[in-house]
Design a protein around this ligand. Sequence first.
Ligand SMILES: Cc1cc2nc3c(=O)[nH]c(=O)nc-3n(C[C@H](O)[C@H](O)[C@H](O)COP(=O)(O)O)c2cc1C
Length: 217
Amino acid sequence: MSIDFSAKRLSYEKDELIETNAPNTPYPLLQTWIHDAVAEQIGEAYAFSLATCGADMRPSVRTLLMREIVPVGDDIQMIFYSNYDSQKGQDLVDNPFAEALFFWASLERQVRASGRVVKLSDEKSESYYQSRPKDSQLAAWVSRPQSGVVDSRAVMEQGFLDYTAQFGESIPKPKFWGGYCLMVDKIEFWQGRANRMHDRLVYTKQGDTWSRQRLLP
Ligand SMILES: Cc1cc2nc3c(=O)[nH]c(=O)nc-3n(C[C@H](O)[C@H](O)[C@H](O)COP(=O)(O)O)c2cc1C
């Protein structure tokens, strides 16, 4: 039996996104929307989907946790952490451009941010790694290479025990693990509206300045 959602429909009526209420540069709006998502107590409001496309030209997407969003002048840098030897890591070597997507259903909002992804400095990655719980630090060692095939759960559990015994209290950051920074040069804000007449404002960076346009829904 198929899974049929074709009769399911919601009307989005919570808010609007109108030029007169939108800033000229995107960071203040992003800050407001993230703040709203956190205040709404959306589970993992800072979880996002990262789309990449490597040399095989097959787009791939996965959920990650956003760790920091940094305004640099009028620019936006988005920081997240992963395994450099994973599939996404290889995709980003092949093609450094990626897109991050947040969807906050209860706010009827979506944000898409794209641009070039660069690796964070080893110092910054180290400092974040050392702030993580020890179990997460060990799991980074076990997941080597992330996205590689493993024979069984038992192999992973044994790896966890082995690394626990090997490192004791002080667990070094693996070289293959660290941060990425998405240097946003395009970011779209989508606010659901009634009758599928949604609001979409996209900010695009040209040279040093942001321009803003409305897109058809
Ligand atoms: C809620 C959630 C949060 C996640 N956060 C991260 C993360 O911050 N970093 C990470 O490497 N993987 C994270 N993952 C796992 C990724 O979705 C993915 O399985 C993993 O990174 C391997 O992806 P890849 O094979 O495309 O490289 C998370 C998964 C979920 C569901």
